[in-house]
Structure formats: C-alpha cells, structure tokens
Write a protein that binds this ligand. Structure first.
Ligand SMILES: [Zn+2]
Length: 409
C-alpha cells in the first residue's frame, strides 16, 4: 500500500473559516488517513515537502462544458462526437493543471454521448484527467436556450439539441439520459445570452412541462440542475425540485429565500458575466447577445451581490466552454468581488461543491476522503488571487503536477 506524507506550510481543509497553519497529511493507497500537526514517518512513506505552500482540497467546478466550443459553435456543429470528446479531454487536462480535480459537465450539443465516454475513459484509466460528473445533454423546449435548430437552420436535422414540447416527450428524454448513464439531468427553463432568438428574462417551460421533468428525474434518482435567468424561472425550477440553479441571472430576494428554504444550491457563474462584459465593451459580443446583455448586465451584477449577502449555499461553477478554460480559476476572484468572503468562496469550490454533487468522499482534507489535493504559494484567505497560482495537483493519491513534473502537458 503506497504511503505519502505531505508536509504543508499552511492548510485549508475545505470546511474551516480560516487556514489551519502548518499541518501534515498522510495518504495511503489514494485515501487520506490522517491530518495533524505531525503524522509520523512510516518507513516506506514518500515525503512531499510543500512547506512553502498552502494546501487545499482539489478544486471542484460544478458547471463546465468540455464538449461545447462556445466561441466557435458554428464550426463545432460540423464536428463528429469523437472529435468533441478528444477536444474535451484536452480542455479537462488543461483545466486540471489549475487545480480542478473534479468537474460537473453540464451538457454537450451532440446526438451522441461524448462527455459520458470521456468520463468513463478517465474513470477506467484510459486517459488522464479530473473525475467527471456528467449531465449528458441539455433538455430544452423548442426555441429554448438549448435549441440549436434555429441558430443553424441548415443543420437542424443533425440532432444537436434535445428538444421536447410535451410532458410525455420530456419524460422520454429524461429517461434516455438515465439509460445511457448520465449522472445528472440538465434543463433550461429560460433563455440565455449567447444564443439567438431566446430571452433570459422569459420562462420557456410551462409548469406542467417543468414538473414532468422534475418528477421524472426524481423518480429515477437523478439530481436536477436548471439553467435559469428570470426571477420567475428560478422559482419554477425550485418548485420542480431543482438541486441547483445555474446562473440565476435575475433572481430576486423571494427566489433566494426559496432556495435557502429548499436547501438548494446557487451556481451564479460570476466570472462569465465579467467575460461577457469585457466582450461587450470591446465590441466583440455576438450581435444576438448585445441587446439582452446590455439590458440586463446591471441587474445581473445586483443579483450577484444579493446572493453574496444571503445565506444561500453557493457553489463554484463557471460555464467554461462558453469562455476559455484558462479563465475558469478566476471565479474565486469574481466571487469575492461580488461580496463573498474568501472563506465562503474557497468552500464554494471545495466542500460546498462536493455537497452539491452528493460526494462525501471529496472536497475536504480529512481522514477517509480521497486524496484530491492541490497547493499554491501564499495564503488564499489573505489574497484570494493566489488560487490562480496552483502548482501542485494530486488526484486520488497520484501526483499529476508538481514543479517541473507534469503528467498533463
Ligand atoms: Zn452552461
């Protein structure tokens, strides 16, 4: 049984409100078995000296799209599923270098199941990468945010979208996601910004449709994530039993209170708003997004500040894929800029994200947890920006990156 002792200059355990100072972590066979001031030196143990680093649980991004190339969607519609899966592997590895050891993928635009194939390839050791938890597709109403047919009319026969307009068809689509091995159900009950022809301020599912989707997910034991913008959309998603609300662009105080009461999670994707704002100012936002994003941007930022002031559970999610994975690590900084404390932002990307994913084996540095461990110079409680300087990455006890050693290059 391989053993590793990690000497930590400073330690954040995923749940505490402050860093815990110098500590040591003992890893045996991929699992953490002891965290204390001194774990001893078992004879056969390898010692990793991170005494000049802050050590943290591996980061968890609960909203990515490994197989969606948001900035080149038109080109990507012409790519076959294996090409998307291979590109997704590249992005997953690139992102893991920043410290992300677990990702929840929120849906591909593809008739096949590339993100599930990618998840399984990594789980089976055929490819190196972060552990993936997957909603395979985005179930959408016709003309909803997940419907690509109108955006690329001549390619509407390609089955890029999962669309339905009746409770019966919705149930079938949910069951198909389950049949092929999806971990989560993802739907969209309002429009979005980067799609043509829909509006984030409008709800796209009727109540019976959304409820049919929620009930079917629940019956199958699959948690539900809902892309939602309008204040009413947030409430509808909660009525249907959503475990996480994605984006919550225009959530109001009543919706935030409902989420708190339901013990649901908010995934506010704040860095994406900063990315879209930069594109708007540079005149590079796609034309179909300009009118709605310009109309809403101040309200989105206000909603983010109100979420930060609430007691709702906020989890780290970015929507990377819609913008470059190299910027996903900046969500920590976006969260604190919106008013979250560094402690709450760090927990959002570790223990709270793990709770959202119903994974009690990750997101924490404690005995019994998987050894998903990252390290960075400096103290993120003092300067949240050091989260962008991770240079040590371990997943399940295996080192993927450490100084010049880099399995992910
Ligand atoms: Zn998304």
């Amino acid at each position: 049984m391989p053993k590793t002792v990690i000497i930590c200059g400073n330690l954040f355990d995923g749940v505490s409100d402050a860093s815990l100072g110098p500590m040591e972590v003992l890893v045996e066979d991929g699992t953490i078995t002891e965290v204390s001031g001194s774990v001893g030196r078992p004879g056969d143990a390898k010692v990793l000296d991170l005494s000049d680093r802050t050590v943290s649980p591996g980061f968890i991004d609960t909203h990515v799209h490994l197989c969606v190339d948001g900035l080149n969607l038109a080109r990507q519609t012409l790519q076959c599923s294996p090409v998307k899966a291979l590109a997704g592997l590249h992005y997953a590895q690139q992102y893991m270098r920043f410290g992300f050891t677990t990702l929840r993928d929120m849906g591909a635009l593809d008739p096949e199941w590339p993100t599930l194939n990618l998840r399984d390839a990594i789980d089976h050791g055929l490819a190196r990468g972060p552990r993936l938890i997957v909603a395979a597709h985005m179930i959408s109403a016709t003309a909803g945010h997940g419907d690509m047919q109108g955006m690329f009319p001549c390619r509407c026969h390609m089955g890029l979208s999962r669309v339905a307009d009746s409770p019966a068809k919705i149930r079938e689509l949910v069951r198909m996601e389950h049949a092929f091995g999806g971990d989560w159900i993802k739907t969209l009950n309002t429009g979005g910004y980067m799609s043509a022809g829909d509006d984030p301020a409008r709800v796209t599912w009727f109540e019976d449709e959304m409820l049919a989707l929620g009930e079917t997910s629940q019956q199958l034991g699959l948690p539900l994530a809902v892309h939602t913008g309008a204040a009413e959309g947030c409430k509808q998603a909660l009525r249907a039993g959503a475990r996480s609300l994605e984006h919550c662009y225009l959530i109001d105080d009543e919706g935030i209170a409902m989420a708190e009461k339901a013990d649901a999670f908010l995934v506010p994707t704040m860095q994406m708003t900063r990315e879209d704002k930069a594109l708007l100012l540079a005149g590079k936002l796609p034309q179909h997004a300009v009118w709605k994003f310009r109309r809403d941007v101040a309200a989105i930022e206000d909603a983010q500040r109100r979420m930060a002031r609430s007691n709702a559970k906020i989890a780290y999610g970015t929507d990377c894929g819609m913008f470059p994975f190299s910027d996903g690590i900046l969500e920590f900084q976006a969260m604190t800029a919106a008013g979250l404390s560094p402690a709450r932002a760090l927990k959002a990307g570790t223990a709270v994200a793990a709770e959202l994913l119903q994974r009690d084996d990750i997101g924490m540095l404690a005995p019994g947890k998987l050894a998903d461990i990252v390290a960075m110079p400096g103290d993120p409680f003092e300067d949240i920006a050091v989260t962008a300087k991770v240079d040590f990455v371990m997943k399940g006890g295996q080192v993927y990156r450490h100084g010049s050693f880099d399995l992910l290059q």
